[in-house]
Design a protein around this ligand. Structure first.
Ligand code: TXA
Ligand code: MG
Length: 329
């Protein structure tokens, strides 16, 4: 038997004070530790330690041009890292802690590792609402860089088991906090000359942001890579997805939404048609239906139409990425 010299013994830590102390100590030692947030599990490392941050990119196989989100315990800690304009301040007060990431001009004196922001002059910051994430950030006492805890290009994890499936042996530990209640990643907002721009739809519906600001949120004008994780092919399952299907074909599995009966085997994101439930189920169902497809030799999954409103925008965004053609390998 050959053993990978870089292979780590990934430990599972509980949500007890002892587990969180151990997680914080590992972060201080420059290790990579996965932890739950309300959106998805993050793969954390000390955002001020370049080697620790490099370890995140290595564990995920993430391209170094793709910047990370820096997580902090409160707005005050966020303001030490970046410059907040008026709209950023309103969004932070309204939605933090919560599933919102703000991309803001970084303060060079804050000491963030350049790699965390991929050398950009901006930094993506989030104050997560999950109680375990908050306790970990407080115990650690500093900024934690954390992308979703999955190998690059794969489906984001919403349970500790998902994290282990993708990263076991590549990271020091995962804090097990059960399943993530929101289930899709944070909404990302950047600013262009002071004007708020939606960089990624996510756990906070865009309408809620516009309402808080009293103005519309802009959309990026280019199709180029603005949030590099927005590359078209992402969240790639093995099976091909056919979106906005009215029902499954004879050779397809069915991923339903709402009270549509199907005789074909499959799963339903929310039988009652509830978008929050569908978002919470999305990534686990994508994994499960992909495994069903592999097991039964089915190549295609038909996916029901999801209304493009509220959380539906984030769900459809992830489904489109999961369905996008991708390079072989
Ligand atoms: O809910 C979430 O946002 C989760 C949890 C763990 O917080 N994190 C997450 O991270 O989804 P990640 O790395 O999978 O996605 C972060 C996205 C990427 O698309 C990245 O390009 C973008 O945020 N991003 C980060 N910093 C940025 C910056 N300075 N400018 C533009 N985009 C940025
Ligand atoms: Mg990700």
């Amino acid at each position: 038997m050959t053993q990978d010299p870089h292979s780590k013994n990934t430990v599972i830590l509980s949500d007890s004070p002892r587990g969180l102390r151990a997680a914080a100590a590992l972060l201080h030692a420059g290790e990579q530790v996965a932890f739950p947030t309300e959106t998805v599990y993050g793969l954390g490392a000390d955002a001020r330690n370049p080697r620790a941050v490099a370890g995140i990119f290595a564990a995920k196989g993430r391209p170094a041009f793709n910047p990370l989100i820096v997580h902090v315990a409160d707005v005050e800690a966020a303001r030490a890292l970046a410059e907040f304009g008026d709209d950023a301040r309103i969004l932070a007060t309204t939605f933090w802690p919560g599933p919102l990431t703000l991309v803001l001009p970084r303060r060079p004196e804050a000491g963030l590792a350049d790699l965390a922001t991929a050398g950009l002059e901006t930094v993506g910051i989030r104050v997560p609402a999950h109680p375990l994430a908050r306790r970990l950030l407080i115990a650690f006492g500093g900024p934690v860089a954390a992308p979703s805890a999955n190998p690059s290009g794969r489906v984001s994890p919403t349970s500790a088991a998902h994290v282990l499936e993708g990263l076991r042996g590549r990271i020091a530990a995962v804090v097990d906090g059960g399943t993530c209640p929101v289930g899709v990643e944070s909404t990302i907002v950047g600013f262009d000359g002071g004007r708020p721009i939606l960089l990624r739809p996510g756990g906070i519906p865009v309408a809620a942001l516009s309402e808080a600001l009293g103005r519309e949120i802009g959309r990026p004008v280019t199709t180029g890579i603005i949030a590099p994780g927005q590359m078209t092919s992402h969240y790639a399952p093995r099976a091909q997805l056919r979106l906005e299907a009215s029902g499954p074909g004879p050779d397809e599995l069915w991923l339903g939404f709402g009270p549509v009966e199907s005789l074909r085997p499959g799963l339903n994101l929310s039988p009652s048609g509830d978008l929050a439930e569908a978002a919470a189920n999305l990534f686990a169902h994508l994994r499960e239906i992909d495994a069903m497809a592999t097991k039964s030799g089915v190549k295609c999954v038909a996916v029901a139409a999801i209304p493009e409103k509220g959380l539906g925008e984030a769900i459809n965004d992830r489904l489109r990425r999961a369905a996008a053609p991708r390079p072989a390998g």
